[in-house]
Design a protein around this ligand. Structure first.
Ligand code: NAD
Length: 354
């Protein structure tokens, strides 16, 4: 399934996997030569931020706790004021994609280095991509300035991620890897990374569901988050990500759950044209097809499998289909309105894809 000739560019990033590693961030602070970090969290994760401040023993410039979904620019402006007043010389984001997004936005404006302690599986820490919203409009930019310099994966931090969110967040990460398998610019490294991430989740997520406190399973799935995030940074995404951005943007749906529901359907749509690229995933899932296998996997883990359950109204599907075929991303199969409308209907009803 691989093209063998390829070019690869990357920025050096310090990555550490260590359970409990957050009690000493010395290696990360030394690597970026920083002394006064500003810690970032969402309002829901203030406790984790305060606990981190304690470990920094007076070295921190402060705690900023207003990170929120979709990185609104007014929050970024507010956070930039705090950065200035506190004389911070780096930011530490402790959280999921929303908090990491705020850290990236601060870095984009100030070039301050970032340390990230991920607490979900979304994988933003491994990409040079920043999505922001202004007046309800989302835009995305790609810049080495926003790529975090250091990542600490501390499995103890994901233990508090509730099981339903762990499942949808894991499926969100897997979606990056699935699309990497059939990406136009896929190469041997990206495909190996993608399969490694998919394996980590297929074996690790069921253990997370049955034993959420199992730190080895938490660490394995964080490894999957890292590799799936790394492929997201390396190759182009296709139909699945386009559909999720359209659904999320127009209907304001929860990010990870939308990915979880759409993934089996987008995979099945593309499997018709690229069965050999998805065959390794079907094998990992122990299924005849990757799309059907993903649907069964998500269902067994208790993930939502229909858009109806997210409160989507059936009449919205026409509008989403119209938007999804505008400015389509490259995709292995032509993105046709009628077929996309049928895909959305199946996702709405929660029908297992063929
Ligand atoms: P999130 O960061 O919005 O977190 C969801 C909620 O869960 C928040 O309230 C958060 O505080 C809470 N939470 C997170 N971890 C927790 C934990 N361990 N324990 C308890 N509560 C916890 O969710 P997400 O899915 O990680 O991120 C979604 C956002 O990230 C989206 O805006 C998406 O566009 C962005 N994203 C960006 C990239 C990129 O490369 N730029 C990649 C993936 C996702």
């Amino acid at each position: 399934i691989f093209n063998v000739g390829f070019d690869r560019q990357g920025t050096a990033v310090q990555v550490r996997f260590q359970k409990g590693g957050r009690s000493d961030l010395g290696p990360e602070l030394d690597a970026i030569k920083a002394k006064r970090p500003l810690v970032l969290t969402t309002p829901e994760q203030v406790d984790q931020g305060e606990a981190l401040l304690d470990t920094l023993a007076g070295r921190a410039a402060g705690l900023y706790t207003r990170a929120t979904m979709h990185t609104p620019v007014d929050i970024t402006r507010d956070a930039l004021e705090t950065v200035k007043k506190s004389k911070a010389d780096c930011v530490i984001a402790i959280g999921g994609g929303s908090t990491i997004g705020l850290g990236k936005a601060i870095a984009y404006h100030t070039d301050l280095p970032q340390i990230v302690l991920p607490t979900t599986y979304a994988g933003s820490e491994a990409t040079p991509v920043l999505g922001q919203t202004e007046n309800g409009v989302k835009s995305t930019l790609k810049s080495e300035r926003v790529q975090p310099e250091a990542i600490l994966y501390d499995a103890e931090l994901v233990r508090s991620l509730p099981v339903p969110m762990s499942v949808t967040s894991g499926l969100n990460a897997m979606a990056h890897a699935v699309e990497a398998l059939y990406a136009r610019d896929a190469n041997r490294l990206s495909s190996e990374l993608a399969l490694s991430g998919l394996r980590a989740f297929v074996t690790g997520l069921p253990v997370v569901v049955s034993s959420p406190d199992d730190l080895d399973a938490r660490e394995d799935t964080l490894f999957g988050a890292w590799t799936c995030g790394a492929v997201l940074a390396q190759v182009g995404m296709a139909l699945h990500h386009k559909l999720c951005h359209t659904l999320g943007g127009t209907l304001n749906l929860p990010h990870a759950a939308t990915h979880a529901i759409i993934l089996p359907h987008a995979t099945a749509y593309n499997e018709a044209a690229a069965p050999e690229k998805l065959a390794p995933l079907a094998a990992i899932l122990g299924s005849d097809t990757a799309g059907g296998g993903l649907f069964d996997f998500a269902g067994k883990l208790g993930a939502p499998t229909d858009l109806k359950s997210l409160g989507v109204a059936e009449r919205d599907l026409d509008r989403v289909a119209d938007l999804a075929v505008q400015n389509p991303y490259w995709n292995p199969v032509a993105i046709e309105r009628r077929a996309i409308r049928a895909l959305l209907q199946n996702a709405y009803d929660g029908v297992r894809p063929e």
